[in-house]
Write a protein that binds this ligand. Structure first.
Ligand SMILES: [Fe+2]
Length: 375
């Protein structure tokens, strides 16, 4: 159908909007998608008007009832950056300084923010790097000029920039497991930074790495990172304990749930992994209650608030009843509560096993919310 309204071309790139939010510059973000799409994932602090159908139909009154703050720039957002151009044009016709987010929520998938995590009992500084557009959490750990990165899910330049700002040299890059929800950037980061790539010992990946086995320790300046094999989510899943006080749990343990044991597994294998997961979690929850849990994902878009997503182990055990069940009850419950299988997980695993990245836009494969947790 021909549209009755101009669409215009004034766009804003993800990086520019990201910078505005990091710097807390005034901006109103207007999400014009259908309610069901917004429910999947959204930009923190954005406003919503369910105008997608009206915009697509070229209805000049699509945003008629929407009141916006005077004198504040507006960024319109949709799924892929098309309907938001129409929304932007309607707002500009009202004299509002509006731009459309180029590439929409798909491009926003790569947006990130950071938070420094205070870790009592460790001399290391930990930066939680949050891929807010997708919920992946990665970590930069620095001590005495040296640094390690865990679960790199963003372009290497992000981690290299954060390390350079602090005068750190990235010496180690680690993954907690072979990821199924995002393309690991760890191999590329290790190569660019001249760092050693460490992965849990396994025969899944087809490229060279330094294998980590149970109890292996890496030095980061005066700090130590110890590998604890915690199979279940995947067979090679490994958690890393920093200076005996902060635990990077990957997709084994989240703040409000546990990892799913079923991806790339038959029903029988999923049941075996669920049992392994129960045992791994029993071992982790036996650590000191004050241990800080730093997970590999969150199921909510991460606000630009510099507040770490972390909790003590004691709090997590209290919050997640599954952690207090018998092994049999745990296995039964987790298998009954498996969420829908995320899109493209098999293709993402295949890339992570070969160590290649797809040509072109990685967000084509990575689109969609994280569904790594069972709670
Ligand atoms: Fe995972």
């Amino acid at each position: 159908m021909a549209t009755a309204i101009e669409t215009g071309t004034e766009t804003i790139a993800v990086d520019e909007l990201r910078a505005m939010l990091v710097e807390r510059r005034p901006v109103t973000i207007l999400d014009v998608r259908a309610a069901a799409d917004r429910a999947e994932w959204a930009i923190p602090g954005s406003r919503h008007v369910d105008a997608y159908e009206a915009l697509k139909a070229g209805d000049p009154a699509a945003l008629a009832g929407v009141e916006l703050p005077v004198g504040e720039p507006v960024v319109t957002v949709c799924g892929a950056g098309k309907a938001s151009l129409t929304a932007m044009a309607l707002l500009r016709a009202r004299g509002i300084d509006a731009r459309s987010l180029a590439g929409g929520m798909k491009a926003w998938s790569l947006a990130w923010n950071g938070a420094e995590v205070p870790v009592p009992g460790s001399a290391a500084t930990v930066v939680q790097v949050r891929r807010t557009g997708k919920g992946c959490l990665s970590y930069l750990i620095g001590n005495a000029g040296e640094a390690a990165v865990i679960d790199a899910a963003l372009d290497p330049e992000v981690y290299q920039g954060l390390a350079a700002e602090r005068g750190w040299r990235i010496a180690h890059v680690l993954d907690t497991h072979v990821h199924a929800d995002h393309l690991s950037r760890s191999r590329l980061l290790a190569k660019r930074a001249g760092a050693t790539l460490h992965l849990p010992a396994q025969d899944r990946v087809a490229y060279p790495f330094a294998p980590l086995r149970y109890g292996d320790a890496l030095a980061i300046g005066a700090s130590h990172l110890v590998a604890l094999l915690t199979p279940g989510h995947t067979i090679e899943s490994t958690s890393y304990l920093l200076d005996g006080t902060a635990l990077f749990t990957g997709d084994t343990l989240f703040l409000a749930g546990v990892g799913r044991p079923d991806l790339e597994a038959s029903a029988e294998e999923a049941a075996t992994r669920a049992r392994l997961l129960s045992r791994s979690l029993r071992e982790l929850t036996a650590l000191a209650a004050g241990t800080l849990v730093l997970p590999g994902h969150t199921s909510e878009p991460v606000p630009f608030d510099e507040r770490p997503i972390a909790a003590t182990l004691g709090d997590v055990v209290e919050r997640v009843p599954m952690l207090r069940m018998t092994e049999d009850a745990f296995v039964e419950i987790i298998l009954a509560r498996i969420p829908p299988t995320p899109p493209n997980h098999a293709a993402i695993v295949a890339f992570n096993e070969t160590g290649e990245l797809p040509e072109g836009d990685p967000t084509d494969l990575e689109a969609g919310a994280n569904r790594c947790a069972v709670s």
